[in-house]
Design a protein around this ligand. Structure first.
Ligand code: ADP
Ligand code: ASP
Ligand code: MG
Length: 405
C-alpha cells in the first residue's frame, strides 16, 4: 500500500468543541488506517481568536507588536494539544508543534506576517518515523524569536505553506461548509456549490472579503502548483477543487457574488493639491500596516475630493494616522461606517462585455446607491449601504444566473 502524505487543515468550527475534536480525531484515525500519513494543521476553537483580540483591545486598541501576536496566537496552542491528545487516545503517535518548534519563519510585520521559510527537516523526520505532526496554524516565528501571526484566517496559509514545502500536489482544507459556493450561503440561500474554481477567481473572492479561504493560501497554491481541495469536516464527500484556469473547460462569465460585510470609507475634502500629500498619506498608512482597498479622487471647482476604504480590522489604525497627519480646520473628514462591499467575480468576464451594465442595472432597479466602485479584468466591486447588502447580493446572484434551481 502506498503511504501518501496529505496536509489537512481543520478550521475553528471544526475543532469548536470536544465532541467535534473527537470527530476530527476519528476521521484522522480512519485516514491513517487507510494508509495516509496526515500532516494536521489546526485553528483556534471558534470564537477564541475574537475573544483574545477583544481582550487586547481593552488594553490598547492601537498596539501592534510581538505582545499582540503572542496573545492572539495562543488559541491555536489549545487546539493542537487537544487534537493531539484525542489521536494519542486512539493509539496514533503524534507530535504537537507550535510554529517556532517546527521552524515556520516569517518577517516581523506583526499581525500580518509573511512566511519566508519553513524548515522541513523536522517534518520529514516525523513522517519517516510514522509520527503524525499536529501543527498550530496562523502562527510563525521571526528572526528575533518573537511569535508572529499571519492575518485573520491565516491557518489556511500555514497548511498551503507546509504542502508546498513538502512538494505535495494537493492540500485539504476542512471547514464548516461542504464547498465554495457561488455566494456565501449564509447571505444567499440559493447559492450553488462550485465544483472547480480557478486560482485567480478564488484569489479575487478572498481579496474581496469572502473568508472561506485566506488570500495568501490561494496565492501560495497558485505559485507552487498545489491544488486546494476545500471540503466538509462533517460529511465524507468531495468539495471544491481550486486548480489552474487552463484545466477548467467551462468558464462562467460570473462564477460568484462575493461580499465584505463591514468596510470603512474615509472621505476627505478638500485635500491639498500636491501629489506629495497623497504620497505622505498612503506611505504613513502603509507603514502602520493598513491595507487600503478602493481609492477614488475627483476634482471640482471647490477643490479635490479623496475617498478610500479600509477593512474593519485596520480602521482604528487608519483613524490614528489621519488624526496625526491631516491639516486641522482646513479639511473635512467624513467616515462612512455602515457600509459593505459587494462584488461579482468571474474569469469569463474577460471576453464578455456587458457585465458592468448588468451589475449597475441590478443595483439601480433596487434603488441601491453606490458610494465607491472598482473593477479589474475579472471583477466589479461596489461599496453600498450595509442595509442593502442582502438584497443586492440576492438580486445580483439571480441576475447572473447563479441561483440554484
Ligand atoms: P474555518 O474556521 O474553517 O477556517 P471560516 O469561517 O474561515 O472557516 O470560513 C468558512 C465560512 O466562509 C463559511 O462558514 C461561510 O459562511 C463563509 N463563506 C463566505 N463566502 C463563501 C463562499 N462563497 N462559499 C462558502 N463559504 C463562504
Ligand atoms: N484563528 C485564526 C483566526 O480566527 C486563524 C484561522 O482561523 O485561520 O483568524
Ligand atoms: Mg478560515
Amino acid at each position: 500500500m502506498e503511504r501518501r502524505v496529505v496536509v489537512k487543515k481543520y478550521g475553528g468550527t471544526s475543532v469548536g468543541s470536544i465532541e467535534r475534536i473527537e470527530a476530527v480525531a476519528e476521521r484522522l484515525f480512519n485516514d491513517c488506517k487507510a494508509g495516509q500519513i496526515p500532516i494536521v494543521v489546526v485553528s483556534a476553537m471558534s470564537g477564541e481568536t475574537n475573544r483574545l483580540i477583544a481582550l487586547a483591545q481593552q488594553v490598547d486598541p492601537l498596539y501592534r507588536g510581538p505582545a499582540y501576536d503572542l496573545l492572539i496566537a495562543s488559541g491555536e496552542q489549545v487546539s493542537v494539544g487537544l487534537v493531539s491528545m484525542a489521536l494519542e487516545k486512539r493509539g496514533i503517535k503524534t507530535q504537537p508543534l507550535l510554529a517556532f518548534q517546527l521552524g515556520i519563519e516569517t518577517d516581523s510585520v506583526y499581525s500580518k506576517a509573511r512566511i519566508k521559510n519553513i524548515r522541513t527537516k523536522e517534518l520529514q523526520r516525523l513522517i519517516d518515523q510514522g509520527i503524525v505532526p499536529i501543527v498550530a496554524g496562523f502562527q510563525g516565528v521571526d528572526e528575533f524569536s518573537n511569535v508572529t501571526t499571519l492575518g485573520r484566517g491565516g491557518s489556511d496559509t500555514t497548511a498551503l505553506a507546509l504542502a508546498a514545502a513538502i512538494h505535495a500536489s494537493e492540500c485539504e482544507i476542512y471547514t464548516d461548509v461542504p464547498a465554495v459556493f457561488s455566494a456565501d450561503p449564509r447571505l444567499v440561500p440559493k447559492a450553488r456549490e462550485i465544483q472547480k474554481l480557478s486560482f485567480d477567481e478564488m484569489m479575487e473572492m478572498a481579496s474581496l472579503g469572502s473568508k472561506v479561504l485566506h488570500i495568501r493560501s490561494v496565492e501560495m497554491g497558485a505559485k507552487y502548483n498545489v491544488r486546494i481541495h476545500l471540503r466538509s469536516t462533517f460529511e465524507i464527500r468531495e468539495g471544491t477543487w481550486i486548480i489552474p484556469e487552463g484545466e477548467i473547460m467551462e468558464q462562467a462569465v460570473v462564477s460568484s457574488v462575493t461580499h465584505d460585510p463591514v468596510t470603512y470609507v474615509f472621505k476627505l475634502f478638500p485635500i491639498p493639491p500636491e501629489t506629495s500629500f497623497l504620497s505622505r498619506l498612503f506611505t504613513q498608512l502603509a507603514d502602520k500596516g493598513v491595507v487600503v482597498d478602493i481609492i477614488t479622487q475627483s476634482q471640482s471647482e471647490a477643490g479635490q475630493r479623496l475617498a478610500f476604504s479600509v477593512t474593519q480590522e485596520d480602521y482604528p489604525l487608519a483613524e490614528s494616522v489621519l488624526q496625526a497627519l491631516l491639516p486641522k480646520d482646513k479639511l473635512t473628514k467624513e467616515v462612512m461606517s455602515k457600509v459593505s462591499k459587494i462584488s461579482v467575480v468571474g474569469v469569463g468576464m474577460r471576453n464578455h462585455p456587458g457585465v458592468a451594465a448588468r451589475f449597475f442595472s441590478v443595483l439601480a432597479e433596487n434603488n441601491i446607491q453606490v458610494h465607491l466602485v472598482t473593477t479589474s479584468e475579472i471583477k466589479i466591486s461596489a461599496v453600498i449601504d450595509e442595509a442593502n447588502l442582502t438584497i443586492a447580493a440576492q438580486a445580483l446572484h439571480q441576475a447572473f444566473d447563479l441561483d440554484r434551481n
